[in-house]
Write a protein that binds this ligand. Structure first.
Ligand SMILES: Cc1cc2nc3c(=O)[nH]c(=O)nc-3n(C[C@H](O)[C@H](O)[C@H](O)COP(=O)(O)OP(=O)(O)OC[C@H]3O[C@@H](n4cnc5c(N)ncnc54)[C@H](O)[C@@H]3O)c2cc1C
Length: 416
């Protein structure tokens, strides 16, 4: 071999026909793309184009300013992003894989944007469709789907996050209605929501869900200030002070903590896909940068083994994550996905995405900390995504209980 001539370890015939595919997506060594149906790819590509055109050029400014781009809600509705797996009310009834791909593309743009769609779909439209009365569905689903109403989901309280079963919010029976008291913390969309799905215990200690409309006397919201994470998303506290509600505002078929936890399973499924979109964004940013940035002579930093090791780690974990969520989506379509599987996927994807953002940040050196590149925004966003909808620890404990049969949520009792 002549000096300087690169050695190719791949047989020439193996390259024919393969290189074109690999050039399309260097990541996709396993042909994950082929696992998606044509209509699923079609939906994904439409959202991908919209994110490229409408989100990526502006997102750094919105995040910097701490502003949710509310003016885009109508466009999201026109793309059928809200309640996309529902088939009633003229909604598209997408497969769970198509829905997941939508989440992936949205979060490739920004986790705050994906959070908005997750909350509207999985935490507001889902409980109304599943446990709501016909009247509640007819009133709210078309408005939420059209983006004419925004929803939020109030489960977390200031003193009860990982353990929502400890909630202190109370709904007291009062003649033919209810009186709601309590507070909720860290609620996505809280102050911009037209309707809050709020969870509280009744006089018998049963967890119940209520649709509380904005403007109801005694219902106030105040935004959390000073967030470094999910800055293009609204996060608020909800306060309920003797809020009088008619019985028609109660979700009639929702009884018990299993109902809000069931909503979380829906949302976690979307996060498992979405976080991989963030990982794709930081991986591609790192790859592009590494191929053009030179140090120590004219060689790009991508020619160094340490940089390649980082890129390979990212590509490897993203591919494993994509295979996991694809399988989960197909199981969900078949009605066979369990909350334990969803925990495993949410836990894995968020961890992978957070590590990818960290490795990408390192790869860009100082440029990794400025908003000329998307990496620091993703890294900061992922701190919330890693924590909300069940922290990494909680999903570890869910899986640990599944494997051992022993719940480890409470400190072990010392019986002497
Ligand atoms: C930006 C953002 C948006 C959010 N949006 C919503 C929303 O729309 N609706 C909503 O209801 N909530 C929302 N949340 C709240 C979120 O779900 C909670 O923050 C999350 O459940 C964790 O609760 P916590 O913050 O109270 O932490 P804690 O429960 O206090 O946990 C603190 C730490 O202790 C660990 N820990 C707790 N218990 C155990 C244990 N048994 N064993 C080991 N480790 C343990 C946790 O893993 C964590 O590391 C949001 C949060 C954020 C940051």
């Amino acid at each position: 071999m002549e000096p300087g001539q690169a050695k190719c370890y791949r047989p020439a015939e193996a390259l024919e026909g393969v290189e074109a595919d690999m050039a399309r997506d260097l990541l996709d060594l396993y042909g994950v793309e082929e696992l998606y149906e044509d209509d699923e790819r079609h939906v994904r590509d439409a959202v991908r184009a919209w994110v490229d055109e409408r989100i990526l050029p502006e997102i750094e400014a919105w995040a910097w300013d701490g502003r949710f781009p509310r003016e885009l809600v109508g466009e999201m509705a026109a793309l059928d992003l809200f309640g996309a797996t529902i088939s009633e009310y003229g909604l598209p009834g997408l497969s769970n894989v198509a829905y997941g791909l939508v989440m992936q593309e949205l979060e490739r743009g920004d986790s705050g944007l994906r959070s908005f769609v997750s909350v509207q779909s999985a935490l507001v439209m889902y409980p109304i469709m599943t446990w709501g009365s016909q009247e509640q569905k007819d009133r709210w689903i078309p408005m939420l789907a059209a983006g004419k109403a925004i929803g939020c989901f109030g489960l977390t309280e200031p003193d009860f996050g990982s353990n929502p079963g400890g909630m202190r919010s109370r709904a007291r029976r009062d003649r033919d209605g209810w009186v709601l008291n309590g507070s909720k913390a860290w609620i996505t969309n809280g102050s911009i929501a037209d309707v809050a799905v709020a969870w509280a215990r009744d006089d018998d200690g049963v967890v119940r869900g209520f649709l509380v409309e904005r403007g109801t006397p005694g219902f106030e919201t105040v935004d959390h200030k000073g967030k470094y994470s999910l800055r293009a998303s609204v996060t608020s506290e909800l306060a309920f002070s003797d809020v009088r509600l008619p019985d028609s505002s109660r979700l009639p078929h929702a009884t018990g903590l299993k109902c809000p936890l069931g909503c979380l399973t829906q949302a976690r499924f979307g996060i498992a896909w979405g976080a991989l979109g963030s990982a794709l964004a930081t991986f591609h940013a790192a790859l592009d940068y590494a191929k053009t940035r030179t140090q120590f002579g004219n060689a790009p930093i991508a020619s160094h083994q340490i940089i390649q090791e980082r890129l390979v780690w990212m590509a490897n974990e993203i591919t494993k994550g994509q295979l996991m969520v694809w399988r989960l989506g197909r199981l969900k379509d078949a009605g066979r996905a369990t909350f334990v599987q969803v925990s495993q996927a949410k836990r894995n994807s968020c961890w992978v995405a957070r590590e990818c953002a960290r490795l990408a940040r390192e790869t860009l050196g100082a440029n990794g900390v400025v908003n000329e590149y998307p990496i620091m925004r993703h890294l900061m966003n992922l701190e919330s995504v890693y924590t909300y909808e069940g922290t990494h620890d909680m999903h570890t404990l869910i899986l640990g209980e599944h494997l051992t049969g022993i719940p480890a949520f409470m400190p072990p009792r010392n019986d002497g």
